[in-house]
Design a protein around this ligand. Structure first.
Ligand code: PXL
Length: 281
């Protein structure tokens, strides 16, 4: 008798070209030995960053209720529910309803994708932030970057938050958003290290994981981080080890991409995939 496999549902867009959201979540989660079901929120010709203009955007919001009904008729269950890029406030509401429907006993990992570098991504604004906040309520873990932290808490963007500042922001996130744990990604507590800092509301425990600081900004790394974190948690690893996996894998992807100007749109994560095998039990 084979051991049952864990199943994760990843809810985010397919950017057909550009290596982010579902095109990184699927290979990463699968490589971690976790079944990856997907609910695409939209199909885009490329992602919306890195100077891409005139990209196509096909919204799939209207498909969500029928997909959910079909899954319900099949009696499908998920060990983990993960969400990333959500296209609109209405879609965020439907994803919230879907997570409530399939959420019994599932780990909810939500990346409130809204922006980077202190700016909203195209088509997001303060109103959308409120819907994202509602989706995040009750999540087991949310994984905002410092830009998204500033939007969620309605405070100025502070890219240079040191360890003390992170320890102030994290409990505020849990309290104001209403999530069980918060992880701030892209944290640079000093000029040598980059990684993630987390906080678990129920225990008051702070956790963090860092690796070498590598210069530059790389598109899709937040999605890669979230996929490895969700995969690790699904495989039953504790938050601390899951964070370390996510940080180490993301930094490895960046290291392999540095100096490759042809990869202006995403990182060379494919070559790092074998490393995931040593990160899980
Ligand atoms: O990597 C986050 C992301 C996901 N999906 C789409 C995006 C972005 C960031 O720009 O545009 C479509």
């Amino acid at each position: 008798m084979q051991t049952p496999m864990k199943r994760l549902l990843s809810v985010q867009d397919i950017s057909c070209f550009g290596k982010c959201s579902l095109t990184v979540a699927l290979p990463i989660v699968s490589a971690m030995g976790v079944e990856c079901a997907v609910l695409p929120t939209a199909v885009l010709s490329t992602h919306t960053g890195c100077g891409f203009r005139d990209y196509t955007f096909h919204d799939l919001t209207d498909d969500i209720p029928a997909i959910a009904r079909h899954w319900e008729s099949l009696g499908l269950t998920f060990h983990t529910l993960q969400s990333g890029y959500i296209g609109s406030a209405h879609q965020a509401e439907l994803v919230k309803a879907l997570f409530d429907r399939f959420g019994d006993g599932a780990i909810r990992v939500i990346d409130p994708v809204m922006g980077d570098g202190g700016q909203y991504y195209a088509s997001f604004d303060r109103e959308f932030t409120q819907s994202m906040k509602t989706l995040c309520r009750g999540a087991d873990v949310i994984v905002p970057n410092l830009t998204e932290v500033s939007f969620l808490l309605d405070i100025p963007y502070c890219p240079d938050a040191d360890e003390d500042a992170l320890r102030t922001l994290l409990p505020r996130l849990c309290e104001e958003v209403g999530c069980k744990a918060a992880v701030i990604t892209g944290a640079r507590p000093d000029c040598h290290r980059q990684g993630a800092a987390g906080y678990v509301a129920a225990t008051g425990e702070f956790v963090s994981a860092y690796n070498d600081h590598l210069a530059g900004t790389y598109h899709g790394t937040g999605d890669i981080f979230a996929a490895v974190l969700a995969g690790s948690l699904t495989r039953g690893l504790p938050l601390q080890k899951s964070l370390q996996n996510a940080v180490d894998f993301t930094v490895e992807c960046i290291r392999r991409t540095q100096g490759d100007d042809a990869h202006y749109y995403g990182v060379r994560f494919e070559e790092a995939l074998p490393r995931l095998l040593s990160m899980i039990p």
